[in-house]
Design a protein around this ligand. Structure first.
Ligand code: AGP
Length: 601
């Protein structure tokens, strides 16, 4: 996600805009820029890196009273000056938060019409389209209204048109955008923190609303270009709570973003047709072996990826932690694909493993969140997840987005290798369409997970068990709990418990048992009963209604195709860990001893 702010009023705009932009830096900070109107000309200044780099280029006393600005979380194209916003083409200058999913098709059409693009961004394409439509409509409002019928995806725009230099226009679909009136002028912003110094009253635009701001006026038009009155909201919290969108912690906010993150990630590569996967994954040839290399939660997504690819693509998959892989003897060859998974794209061990494979001439592919990060740049191929800026150290939405990519890869490779039939593909695709709502429904059930957390949070050790893919989920559930609550938790293969570890089970020891793989559920239930016989407090997580009550608590999740199931299973485990940590008064977003990106060995 990115941060947008604009101001038009009776005072100098640069100091207000930059102050507001700094309060949006939590939304993204890989580059920043400002556009302001001076003597009826639009001037653009932008810079790579944090807003502090941009500030060095600005004269805060510039006598301009109208401007827009942007702090970027790169989704298209590296984090550099050229790709930084604002972008300008023809009569328009814009800043954008969101993803225009059909930008590449639009770009080709616009290039055929003579537009020349400097950046790799979808935003520059959006600007060109707006300029093209404006030439036809000769009316800014009509042009803005018309582009909403053409864009697919999510967007919030701040817009300056050189034919109307005393106004800022704003337009949104899915990405948030507010407008606000203050005593000395009017604002647009991605989020409330940007304007709290000047006013706590704001209007949240609805999808396809168009706002026109001048120094004394805000007019809002609905999607039929009828003027419309909107409810004025009053924000009563602090800046801190505003940055978290009202959630108590960034981790909770990011868990709640997972339905949108799933949709953004899937829709960026997949429009429902296999052709779109063929186009976006065309670099994937037929490999006879895959190595997945990562650390921490990213490694856990690799374990899920292994289970899916081996079961649905019939290719052997080896998953290793990067800190081991980088030093070990690797049995790979030119028919091996090495997949590096990394949210930050900067994890030192994962980067080293990538460089080792590349030095050995092995094809590498990265699954990364941060655009233009080292691992993304150095891998032969990169698939970006669309998780946006993840602030909490304990990953949730990025982890889920990585799972979504492994699901897509499995669908593509399985279909390509003819190990997934047309019939099964249709079943998978039907479930895929339901996923955002099912993720949201699972999140909304958070009270039931919180009630269970309230019963176990005082325990000094908590076990997770599962078989097959459910063991991979156990690993991630256990890491989430350890990371943020500091409780010693272990994940075990359910069948392994009786080979020693079961000696640790005493009365009321919590055992969180995950069973979603139909073929293995009965086996896992047998293992659960072994722990129950020794007094365990069993929390049973399953997508099937059990026929008997061998558990103390049941977390029932929706049943979807196994290629997608893990994406739902992880949500209760994230929320359980969150509430246990909250009950223990832990620093949930910045746990002790941890860092968001481990750039050292
Ligand atoms: C996840 O909650 C942890 N913060 C940690 O295990 C993390 O997944 C690991 O350090 C890998 O980070 P990366 O995905 O940025 O490479």
């Amino acid at each position: 996600m990115c941060g947008i702010i604009g101001y038009v009023g009776h005072n100098l705009c640069i100091p207000k805009i930059i102050h507001g932009l700094e309060n949006l830096e939590y939304r993204g900070y890989d580059s920043a820029g400002i556009a302001y109107v001076l003597n009826n000309k639009t001037k653009i200044i932008k810079e790579k890196g944090k807003i502090s780099n941009l500030k060095k280029l600005l004269d805060f006393d510039t006598t301009t009273n109208l401007g827009i600005a942007h702090t970027r979380w790169a989704t298209h194209g590296e984090a550099n000056k050229i790709n930084a916003h604002p972008h300008s083409l023809g009569k328009f200058t814009i800043v954008h938060n969101g993803i225009i999913e059909n930008y590449s098709k639009l770009k080709q059409e616009l290039e055929n019409n003579g537009y020349v693009f400097k950046s790799e961004t979808d935003t520059e394409v959006a600007c060109a389209l707006l300029d093209e439509i404006y030439k036809q409509e000769k009316d800014i409002l009509k042009a803005l209204n018309k582009v909403t019928k053409i864009f697919r995806g999510s967007y919030a725009f701040g817009i300056i048109c050189s034919d109307d230099p005393n106004a800022i226009y704003a337009l949104r679909c899915t990405s948030p955008l507010i407008v606000a009136n203050s005593p000395d002028g009017n604002f647009i912003a991605s989020d409330v923190p940007a304007i709290l110094k000047y006013t706590n009253k704001y209007i949240l635009l609805d999808d396809f609303d168009i706002a026109k701001l001048t120094k004394d006026n805000i007019i809002i038009y609905d999607e039929f270009l009828h003027e419309t009155k909107k409810k004025v909201n009053t924000f009563s919290g602090t800046f801190e709570s505003a940055a978290k969108n009202g959630y108590e912690h960034f981790m909770l906010k990011e868990i709640h973003e997972q339905d949108k993150v799933f949709k953004d990630t899937i829709n960026f590569y997949f429009d429902g047709t296999i052709e779109s996967l063929k186009k976006n994954f065309s670099f994937l040839k037929k490999y006879n072996k895959i190595d997945i290399v990562a650390c921490g939660s990213a490694y856990h997504t690799g374990l899920v990826g292994k289970s899916l690819i081996e079961n649905y693509v019939n290719i052997p998959v080896n998953v290793e932690v990067a800190s081991e892989y980088r030093y070990k003897r690797c049995f790979y060859d030119y028919n091996t694909l090495v997949i590096l998974v990394s949210q930050s794209g900067e994890t030192a061990d994962t980067l080293a493993a990538l460089r080792k494979a590349k030095n050995d001439g092995i094809t590498t592919m990265a699954i990364v969140n941060v655009v233009g990060s080292s691992i993304a740049r150095e891998a032969d191929h990169v698939i970006y997840i669309k998780a946006g800026c993840e602030i909490a150290v304990a990953t949730t939405k990025a982890y889920l987005a990585q799972l979504a990519i492994f699901s897509l890869l499995t669908i593509y490779l399985g279909y390509q290798n003819k190990t997934i039939s047309e019939n099964e593909l249709n079943i998978i695709l039907d479930d895929l369409k339901k996923m955002p709502k099912l993720i949201n429904d699972t999140i909304k059930n958070y009270n039931s997970y919180f009630n269970i957390a309230d019963k176990i949070y005082k325990n000094k050790q908590i076990f997770f068990i599962g078989r097959g893919i459910d063991y991979a989920l156990s690993m991630e559930g256990s890491l989430k709990l350890k990371e943020i609550s500091y409780i010693n938790s272990v994940a075990y293969q359910a069948g392994e418990l009786k080979h020693g570890t079961i000696s640790l089970i005493t009365k009321n020891t919590p055992v969180i048992a995950i069973a979603t793989d139909t073929k293995l559920i009965e086996k896992t239930i047998s293992n659960i009963k072994e722990t129950k016989a020794r007094g365990a407090y069993v929390i049973y997580v399953s997508n099937e209604e059990p026929s008997e009550k061998f558990y103390d608590e049941l977390i029932k999740i929706h049943k979807v195709h196994p290629i997608l199931q893990s994406i739902l299973t992880i949500v209760p485990l994230q929320l359980l860990a969150y509430k246990v940590a909250k009950n223990n008064g832990c620093d949930i977003d910045q746990p002790r001893n941890l860092a968001k990106s481990v750039t050292v060995e």
